[in-house]
Design a protein around this ligand. Structure first.
Ligand code: NAP
Length: 331
């Protein structure tokens, strides 16, 4: 991945009270709270907004009603920056190493290297792949992992398939139904994980066909997607659907190898183990948002923001307890 560093210049070797890795709702909420505790804080992140960039509208963030996800990202960012937080994006953090008793070295792409007394990992999770023939070969040629980002590119197409049964799949199917003639929603079970309000909305649309208890076993096409092979798990029946796009919306996976490379304990699913104060197994490192072991299956913007706030408070408390806190440390 080639990334261009954006935001304020970060001096190589600069010292911080807190380095936050990740710029989604968890990381930016942590930054807002850290600045209230007068911690000299830097946010290092690939992008600003995280998974919010994969959503169109947000309807459930308290106090904001119906708001564009991009507008909410902008508000988070401006809010943190108004408190003096450095947000540097275009940086993929590769390692976090303890170099002294109370100092971590945080290194990333673009030759970024900073030192921090505490670290909050708010790195979110990455998109899960189906792992079927044709998927990898046809990525960007009809295979997409983000309906919200790519739906307009399919305007006027005859038919597309959406795979998954969670909020992302239902939201994606609803959105795509306004752009294309027909949407097949393919889900491996008979019940949806998605919020009932989203399911009801999609059911009300005339051009979405539900294929339940069904799995995609192959994505076909030479230069671009032409069809998908679908097997009904109950009847064993196999069908081939002519589609020009396949939207794989089957959830996210944690960055387990990254956590393990730092030496952090993870749960059975690979998420960072935290206690109720977002403390990880390594003193001085905290975690928040979709990376953590708590509330798996109910990842919301508000829960990410909440854990980010708690993690910032814990970092502050840790600095006080260790005698490392200087209320004047932010310059
Ligand atoms: P998710 O909630 O984890 O749902 C993933 C879906 O994909 C599940 O239905 C799952 O099936 C299915 N699935 C998983 N692995 C599969 C595989 N290998 N083959 C076929 N199907 C597979 O993920 P998500 O929908 O991306 O949502 C992630 C989080 O973001 C959730 O907390 C969600 O609430 C939130 N979100 C909210 C909104 C909103 O409120 N507007 C929009 C988007 C996302 P099973 O059900 O059988 O496990």
């Amino acid at each position: 991945m080639s990334l261009r560093i954006r935001g304020p210049k970060v001096k190589r070797g600069e010292n911080f009270d807190l380095a936050i890795v990740g710029g989604g709702p968890a990381g930016l909420s942590a930054a807002i709270y850290a600045s209230r505790f007068l911690l000299k804080t830097i946010v290092l992140t690939v992008d600003v907004g995280g998974q919010l960039n994969l959503t169109n509208w947000v309807d459930d963030y308290p106090g904001l009603g119906h708001i564009k996800a991009s507008e909410l990202v902008d508000r988070f960012k401006k809010h943190a920056e108004s408190f003096g937080v450095n947000i540097v994006w275009g940086v993929e953090v590769k390692s976090v190493d303890r170099v002294e008793e109370s100092v971590f070295k945080v290194s990333g792409t673009g030759d970024v290297e900073v030192y921090a007394k505490t670290v909050i990992l708010a790195v979110g999770a990455r998109r899960r792949k189906l792992g079927v023939p044709g998927e990898e070969r046809l990525v960007g040629r009809g295979v997409s992992y983000c309906s919200v980002c790519d739906a307009p590119l399919f305007r006027g197409k005859k038919a597309v398939a959406v795979v998954g049964g969670g909020d992302s799949a239902l939201e994606g199917a609803g959105l795509l139904s306004s752009y294309v003639g027909k949407v097949y929603l393919i889900h491996r079970r008979g019940e949806f994980r998605a919020k009932p309000v989203l399911v009801a909305d999609v059911k009300g649309r005339g051009n979405v066909e539900f294929l339940l208890n069904s799995v995609v076993t192959e994505i076909m096409g030479d230069d671009s997607v032409k069809a998908v092979r679908v097997v009904n798990k109950v009847t064993g029946e196999e069908i081939v659907l002519d589609v020009e796009g396949v939207f794989i919306e089957i959830g996210f996976e944690p960055a387990t190898e990254f956590f393990k490379s730092i030496g952090l304990e993870t749960d059975d699913y690979g998420y960072v183990k935290v206690d109720e104060w977002m403390r990880t197994s390594i003193p001085g490192i905290f975690a928040a948002g979709d990376a953590i072991s708590k509330w798996r299956g109910f990842r919301q913007i508000v829960t990410a923001a909440a854990t980010g706030a708690v993690a910032a408070y814990s970092a502050y408390q840790y600095l006080i307890e260790k005698g490392l806190y200087r209320s004047f440390s932010r310059t």
